[in-house]
Design a protein around this ligand. Structure first.
Ligand code: HEM
Length: 321
C-alpha cells in the first residue's frame, strides 16, 4: 500500500498521479475551505475560554488537521479519534529510524484499517457521489486517465497521514516559538495582517519536517561530494532553513521576513501538494489563539520533543491561558 503512494514514485508514474491529484488541492480549493477551517477552529477554542490551562497540542494542533482532511475526505466524526491514532502509528514508523518491531506492527495494522475504511468509502461514493475529495478523485478524468481503485485508497491514506503529523507540528511549534518570543507575539497580535509572512517564518524557524530522503539512481557528484548509485541521501531541510548563505540572521525570528525561500515544504517534483491547506490551517489556528488568549504563556519552562528524527514536534505543550 505504501508502495503506491505517489510520494515514492518517480516520473512518469509520479507525474501522472500528481497531475490527477493537483485538481483536489488547487489554491482555489484551499481558499474555498477558509470559512470551514475558521469555523472548526472557533469550535475548538470555545471550551478553552472556560479553562485556565490547556495543552495546545491536545486541544488544537492534534485534532484540527485530521478534522479538516477527514472532512475533505468525507470521514464521519465518530472515526476522527481512530484516524488520529492510525496517523500517529504511521508517523512513528516513518520518521523514527529506531522504531521497534511492535511500533512497525502497529503501523501495519493502521494501514490495513485505513485501507479497509477507504475501500468501503469508495464503494459508497460510487453509489452516491458527494462533494468530498474522494468523490472528486473518482470524478477526475484527464486524457482518459483515471486513478485505479488501489491507487485511490493509497492516495487517501497518504493524504490523511501527510496532512496530519506535519500540520499539527506547524501549529504546535509555531505557538511554542511565539511563546518564547513575547515581543514578536505582541507584534503579531497588534498587526494581524502579518500572519502570512509570520507563518512562513515559523515554518522556516522550527521546520515540522526535518528531512526528506532520496536514492541516487546513478553515480553523480553534488557540491563536490561523490554519490554512488543506490546510495541513500538525507536532505536536512531544517538545517537548510537556517543556512546563513540563504537567510540574513538565520537564527533570528523575524515575522515580517520578506525574502524567505524556505524548504519546509520540500522542492521540485514532490513539493508538498498540501502546502496551501497547511498554510491556511496554520494561519487560522495560530492567529486566533494569539488574538483570543492575549495572556497565554508556557505552563512549564522545560518541554520534551517527541523522539522522531523526521517530524519535529513537542510531546505536549501545556499553556496558562
Ligand atoms: C506544515 C505542514 C506540512 C509540511 C511541513 C509538509 C511538508 C512536506 C514535504 C517536505 C514534502 C516533500 C517530501 C519529499 O520531497 O520527499 C511534502 C510532500 C507531500 N505532502 Fe506535505 N507537508 C505539510 C502539509 C501537508 C498537507 C496538509 C497535506 C495533504 C492534505 C500534505 C500532503 C503531501 C503529499 C501528498 C506530498 C507528496 C507530494 C508528491 O509526492 O508529489 N502535506 N510535504
Amino acid at each position: 500500500m505504501l508502495g503506491l503512494w505517489m510520494l515514492f514514485f518517480d516520473a512518469p508514474e509520479h507525474t501522472r498521479l500528481r497531475k490527477l491529484m493537483n485538481k483536489g488541492f488547487s489554491p482555489a480549493v484551499a481558499e474555498a475551505l477558509r470559512p470551514q477551517v475558521e469555523a472548526i477552529v472557533e469550535r475548538m477554542l470555545e471550551p478553552l475560554r472556560q479553562k485556565s490551562e490547556a495543552d495546545v497540542l491536545q486541544e488544537i494542533a492534534y485534532p484540527l488537521p485530521v478534522r479538516v482532511i477527514a472532512e475533505m475526505l468525507g470521514v464521519p466524526e465518530t472515526l476522527h479519534e481512530h484516524f488520529i491514532q492510525w496517523s500517529d502509528a504511521l508517523a512513528i514508523m516513518m520518521g523514527n529510524p529506531r522504531r521497534t518491531l511492535e511500533q512497525t506492527r502497529l503501523a501495519q495494522e493502521a494501514v490495513l484499517a485505513l485501507t479497509a475504511f477507504f475501500r468501503a468509502a469508495v464503494a459508497e461514493r460510487r453509489r452516491q457521489k458527494g462533494s468530498d475529495l474522494i468523490s472528486l478523485l473518482l470524478d477526475i478524468e484527464e486524457d482518459g486517465d483515471v486513478l485505479t481503485e488501489e491507487e485511490l485508497y493509497a492516495q487517501c491514506v497518504m493524504l490523511l497521514f501527510g496532512g496530519h503529523e506535519t500540520t499539527r507540528n506547524l501549529i504546535g511549534n509555531g505557538i511554542y516559538t511565539l511563546l518564547r518570543h513575547p515581543v514578536e507575539m505582541a507584534e503579531l497580535r497588534e498587526s494581524p495582517e502579518i500572519i502570512r509572512t509570520a507563518v512562513e517564518e515559523l515554518l522556516r524557524y522550527e521546520s515540522p519536517v526535518q528531512y526528506t530522503g532520496r536514492t541516487a539512481k546513478e553515480d553523480m557528484e553534488v557540491c563536490g561530494v561523490a554519490l554512488h548509485q543506490g546510495q541513500q541521501i538525507l536532505f536536512m531541510l531544517g538545517a537548510a532553513n537556517r543556512d546563513p548563505q540563504q537567510f540574513k540572521e538565520p537564527d533570528q525570528l523575524n515575522l515580517k521576513r520578506l525574502n524567505n525561500p524556505h524548504l519546509a515544504f520540500g522542492a521540485g517534483a514532490h513539493f508538498c501538494i498540501g502546502n496551501q491547506l497547511a498554510r491556511l490551517e496554520g494561519q487560522t489556528a495560530i492567529l486566533k489563539m494569539v488574538q483570543q488568549f492575549p495572556r497565554m504563556r508556557l505552563a512549564s519552562p522545560r518541554l520534551e520533543w517527541a523522539a522522531n528524527f523526521g517530524f519535529r514536534g513537542l510531546k505536549t505543550l501545556p499553556v496558562v491561558l
